[in-house]
Design a binder for this molecule. Structure first.
Ligand code: PLP
Length: 405
């Protein structure tokens, strides 16, 4: 039984009014709201428990270290990773992908080697590969989606060649909600000895994840989209790939010894975690993931599937609304445009009705080009959204259409 009223009660911000209207928060794809347990954990950490981690022998340092390291185990469970050491704690997906780019790809790839990406990718899974193109002569190979925004896994497999060294693909588009069959892609890549990175920023939020079943080498997630604090995240890196990696950022914590002559490194995962980390945000992310697992990711997925189907039916009935991406297998994320109104104007009108959506290119310019648009509005649903909020979105859109028509 999914108790939506109880879940909504866990998120204090959902009670507030915006412009005199009840808040309908439909910007979860950008960042999700935080339950009280996460807010309490952050407050407690700063008011009662705070110290730096790993370096101290005193009580508070040990307490913080224990809580921080416990988050690693929580992430391991959340992603069903085999070993705790395969989890590197980061500030988010962007850092995670840059870690792979600098520490693994720059070490293993040479000029002419290919990285395969899809047109669905977020800039976080494009720009680090462009850096390698500019600096090392790596070739980026693109796989297109169809007009519905669906990505055929076979098209990705067909694009693999002996030169392909990495396939970097999103599990779910942050623009269209398209779900990608990453398991089929990763298994085919592994058979050919090709490394795989699955961008889990959106995918991990909306359903259970098992990185061993997916069969990927790298799987980054972002804490703030998972109802945790901003500045938190993690990346799963399969043990075999860790041995192919050089350190990323240098500094304290990631070393074993330092002398005037040289350095030796700490073992992973600390080898890839230099300096004082986002201690409290990481602990808060652990609390958020526990909160999600206690409710059940499968239950959250079922709730969102129902809301998504209802939203699709209501939005498709608006014949003046252009929805980008109608893939058969998609999550509850809807990108849309309206003739005669810029996405920013639509978003501003919706805001007057308390409906929070995002407008712009959603850090996915290649996908905007695919749909021949420069910007769209995006309504992205989460675990606490309701049918009533879909109705409020639709009536605000009708108002907007009347106004601009
Ligand atoms: N990948 C996808 C699919 C995303 O939606 C986002 C954020 O919107 C990112 C990567 C980047 O995440 P972050 O900004 O938390 O590092």
């Amino acid at each position: 039984m999914y108790d939506i009223e109880k879940i909504r009660g866990d998120f204090p911000i959902l009670n507030r009014k915006i412009n005199g209207q009840p808040l309908s928060y439909l910007d979860n794809g950008a960042s999700a709201q935080k339950p009280q347990v996460v807010i309490d954990a952050i407050t407690r950490a700063y008011s009662d428990e705070y110290s730096n981690v790993h370096r101290g022998l005193h009580y508070l340092s040990n307490l913080m270290t224990e809580k921080y390291e416990n988050t690693r185990q929580i992430v391991q469970r959340f992603l069903s990773a085999e070993h705790e050491d395969e989890i590197i704690l980061t500030s988010g997906t962007t850092e995670g992908i840059n870690l792979v780019s600098y520490a693994w790809a720059a070490n293993m790839l040479k000029a002419g080697d290919e990285i395969l990406v899809s047109v669905l990718e977020h800039h976080a899974n494009i720009v680090p590969w462009h850096f390698l193109r500019e600096r090392l002569g790596i070739v980026i190979k693109w796989v297109d989606c169809d007009q519905n925004g669906a990505l055929d896994p076979q098209a990705v497999i067909d694009a693999m060649s002996p030169k392909t060294k990495l396939v970097a693909i999103t599990q779910m588009s942050n623009v269209t909600g398209t779900k990608v069959d990453v398991k089929t892609i990763c298994h085919a890549a592994r058979e050919q000895g090709i490394a795989t990175l699955v961008d889990g920023s959106q995918g991990a939020v909306h359903g259970p994840v098992d990185v061993q079943e997916i069969g990927c080498d790298f799987y980054p997630i972002t804490g703030h989209k998972l109802y945790g604090p901003s500045g938190s995240g993690a990346i799963y890196i399969r043990a075999e790939r860790q041995s192919e990696m050089r350190p990323f950022i240098g500094g304290g914590d990631m070393i074993d010894t330092v002398s005037k002559e040289g350095i030796t490194y700490a073992k992973p995962p600390l080898k890839f975690e230099a300096g004082t980390p986002g201690i409290v945000s990481t602990i808060g992310m652990g609390v958020a993931l526990d909160y999600l697992m206690n409710i059940g990711m499968d239950k959250i997925a079922a709730h969102e599937a129902e809301i998504g189907q209802y939203a699709a039916m209501k939005l498709n009935a608006l014949d003046w609304l252009h929805i980008q991406g109608q893939a058969h297998n998609k999550g509850a994320i809807f990108s849309f445009t309206m003739d005669g109104a810029h996405a920013h104007d639509i978003s501003t009108v919706l805001d007057k009705k308390g409906v929070a959506v995002r407008a712009g290119s959603h850090c996915a310019m290649p996908l905007m080009q695919h749909f021949s648009i420069s910007a769209s509005c995006r309504a992205s649903f989460g675990m606490y959204n309701t049918h009533a909020e879909v109705d409020r979105l639709v009536s605000a859109l009708e108002l907007c259409h009347d106004f601009f028509a």
